[in-house]
Design a protein. Structure first.
Length: 331
């Protein structure tokens, strides 16, 4: 098996978030052959942030000294100019503003580097290898710490004229809603991301101090330490309050998806990310809200499916950038 993997062309994929950098070798079938992680220094200098990326990549290369990747693909949570390989800015990575990340990687490793928004890259992975293969359009949702989206139209990622299109996680569904980290109010990310779910759980526990909940137990009695993982675990164990919170998050997703349908009428919704599998359990609620909040006649014929790539979608997506580029060169 090991020999077979070595024969397949591999690329080096990098996923950069606000707290971690993941680096991995990925083959031409979208399989992550090896992966390593390092903490991301996102709130200091640009060079310190870059060192975090180098740390993850160098650690991976030391484990596999014989690997010869043909390309570096990078997915990063933020606004990207893919043509220039520049990260324009990212809410959770403030160390970089108009930073030439692709060029910095090319100089260090001597390999072509391609840069994309991580959610767009995840959508591309599903289009190339996943459930979106063979579909000309779909709307990909990455549910994790935030809500990332990627739009596939006519078989290609919709990037917009400057590369910033597809920020669906920051579409407002209630202008009087909670303040989002982006500075707007009522974004879907403020309701249905891991961060939003945890915030809502803490609010509900404070509003109903006498209501019994496993979430308090799992947090050691400290309401302020409740996370989305705790909400998920409590719901799995039958906690009614945790289940209500997740149902509420699903309802908001359905309302938001109704707007998406009326705007672009995708062939399907693809739900992925670290929390994607959990929220797919509430697909029925999403669909009921979608029926009420979209007016497009064919709205109920649009399937809601789970992504092939879950928590590894960003790495697979970063690799898909490279393979798509290599394929284009061969034509």
């Amino acid at each position: 098996m090991a020999t077979r993997k070595k024969q397949l062309p591999t690329v080096l994929a990098i996923d950069i978030g606000g707290t971690k950098v993941a680096a991995g070798f990925v083959d031409s079938r979208g399989r992550i052959l090896a992966e390593t992680r390092a903490p991301m220094t996102a709130r200091r200098s640009a060079q310190e942030g870059l060192r975090s990326v180098f740390q993850a990549v160098d650690s991976l290369r030391k484990q596999f000294p014989g690997a010869k990747p043909r390309c570096i693909g990078v997915g990063v949570a933020g606004w990207v100019d893919p043509a220039r390989g520049v990260l324009i800015g990212a809410t959770n990575i403030p160390c970089w503003k108009n930073f030439p990340l692709a060029e910095a990687l090319r100089k260090r490793y001597g390999i072509t580097a391609l840069l994309s928004n991580d959610a767009n890259a995840a959508a591309l992975a599903e289009a190339v290898w996943g459930v979106g293969k063979g579909h000309s359009s779909f709307f990909h949702v990455t549910l994790g710490t935030g809500v990332g989206t990627g739009i596939i139209l006519n078989g290609k990622v919709l990037t917009g004229w400057s590369g910033a299109a597809g920020e669906g996680g920051h579409v407002t569904i209630n202008f009087q809603g909670p303040l989002c980290d982006c500075g707007k109010r009522g974004c879907i990310e403020a309701y249905s991301s891991g961060t939003g779910i945890a915030r809502r759980a803490r609010e509900r526990l404070k509003e109903e101090p006498r209501r019994s909940s496993r979430m308090r137990e799992l947090a050691g009695g400290k309401t302020e330490q409740v996370t989305s993982k705790i909400v998920s675990e409590a719901a799995r164990k039958g906690d009614s309050l945790a289940q209500e919170i997740l149902e509420e998050a699903a309802d908001h997703l359905g309302i938001w998806m109704g707007t998406v349908v009326d705007m672009i009428e995708p062939e399907m919704f693809v739900i992925g990310g670290g929390m994607g599998h959990l929220m797919m359990k509430y697909r029925g609620r999403m669909r009921r809200q979608l029926k009420k909040w979209a007016i497009t006649p064919q709205r109920m014929r649009i399937p809601i499916v789970e992504a092939r790539f879950g928590a590894g979608s960003e790495l697979a997506g970063a690799a898909a950038l490279c393979f798509a580029s290599l394929e284009a060169r061969r034509r």
